[in-house]
Write a protein that binds this ligand. Structure first.
Ligand SMILES: *[C@@H]1O[C@H](CO)[C@@H](O)[C@H](O)[C@H]1NC(C)=O
Ligand SMILES: *[C@@H]1O[C@H](CO)[C@@H](O)[C@H](O)[C@H]1NC(C)=O
Length: 322
């Protein structure tokens, strides 16, 4: 571990802009010396940079109508930050007309002027990486995790602090918690809600970098029992679940004060993110020779080496709204 790479690929399909973000923490020969500074700047700095990149593309391509995001690992958090910055509220303020027929279409906000379609993350640490075996390579040993959260500051600088929820810029709550709400010119939740689909692909095991709960936004008790593949077309997909948005009423802020307890903070993250619906796709490479590289296989990082993850990509393509 120790090498971090961050890449953004933009794909234009007719009228749709698709932003692909990848991020990796595995060391791979050759890339060591070009350890990208980008990744270590923190989710917010990377998010601002992505926002600017996306706006540049939109400006250059006036035919674009729709936008989708597909993001791997920490890229998923960067994408969530960026959409919060790209969100534009609906043009006219229409007084809320609670008529029962509901025929009139409400004006919707946009992402940089485009219609929001797919928001897909693959093995992204939505609940951070702190505690409760969220960083499997630390074996869930609390002492290691505590030590790591300190050491990680030097290794990953701001990104690490964001993942371990130990950041407190100017005394503000941790970034991942701030990203549960809209405030000022940051429309994190409105932006997320805007997408037609929100999808979480997660490794149920063997992902030594991002644990199952954090990538699938589940509490421990919500992790489903899975067996073998559901569909021979996608041999590595072992569970699919469509989670409806939880009622806003069910969501009460536990406390506005951050008391430093990670379990409580994680519970807030789960609740906050469950206010929107999610399609959860659980993936297992447990029978694969390369299961220990699941974090990379799931996104077919290397076309030859990680080809076993191809069915997951195919699933993504088959279900992608264009
Ligand atoms: C790192 O990558 C950048 C851009 O790709 C390149 O300009 C630079 O020379 C590289 N640095 C090293 C040390 O390889
Ligand atoms: C934008 O996406 C929506 C939903 O998938 C689709 O109905 C619409 O045709 C798309 N618009 C364009 C111009 O492609």
């Amino acid at each position: 571990m120790g090498v971090a790479m961050f890449g953004v690929v933009k794909i234009l399909i007719l009228y749709q802009l698709i932003i692909l973000l990848s991020w990796s923490m595995e060391s791979s020969a050759g890339s060591e010396q070009n350890m990208s500074k980008l990744t270590l700047d923190g989710v917010d700095v990377m998010g601002e940079r992505l926002t600017k990149e996306v706006l540049d593309v939109i400006q250059q391509k006036p035919n674009l109508r729709n936008i989708s995001f597909v993001a791997h690992s920490v890229g998923g958090l960067v994408a969530r930050y960026a959409i919060g910055r790209l969100y534009r509220p609906p043009k006219e303020e229409v007084k809320e007309d609670i008529s029962s027929n509901g025929c009139k279409e409400e004006p919707r906000g946009t992402i940089g002027g485009l219609e929001a379609v797919n928001f897909i993350t693959v093995a992204s640490p939505h609940l951070g990486s702190r505690g409760n075996k969220q960083v499997p390579f630390l074996f869930g040993v609390t002492a290691f995790e505590k030590a790591a959260s300190r050491v990680i500051h030097w290794i990953f600088r701001r990104t690490g602090r964001h993942l371990f929820l130990t950041d407190d810029d100017e005394g503000k709550p941790p970034l991942l918690k701030r990203m549960l709400e809209d405030h000022d010119e940051f429309y994190f939740m409105s932006a997320l809600r805007l997408f037609k689909r929100r999808v979480l692909y997660s490794n149920v095991g063997y992902d030594h970098i991002v644990g199952w709960r954090t990538s699938s936004i589940r509490r421990n008790s919500e992790l489903p029992k899975w067996k073998e593949s559901l569909n021979e077309m996608y041999p590595h997909i072992v569970y699919e679940e469509h989670c409806k948005a939880c009622d806003a009423d069910q969501y009460e802020t536990i406390s506005t004060e951050y008391d430093g307890s990670s379990d409580k903070l994680e519970e807030e993250l789960v609740r906050g993110l469950s206010r929107v619906s999610w399609e959860k796709i659980d993936v297992s490479f447990h029978t694969s020779r390369l299961r220990f590289a699941a974090h990379s296989v799931i996104q077919v990082k290397d076309e030859v080496m990680h080809i076993e993850g191809a069915d997951v990509i195919q699933h993504m393509i088959d279900h992608f709204l264009t």
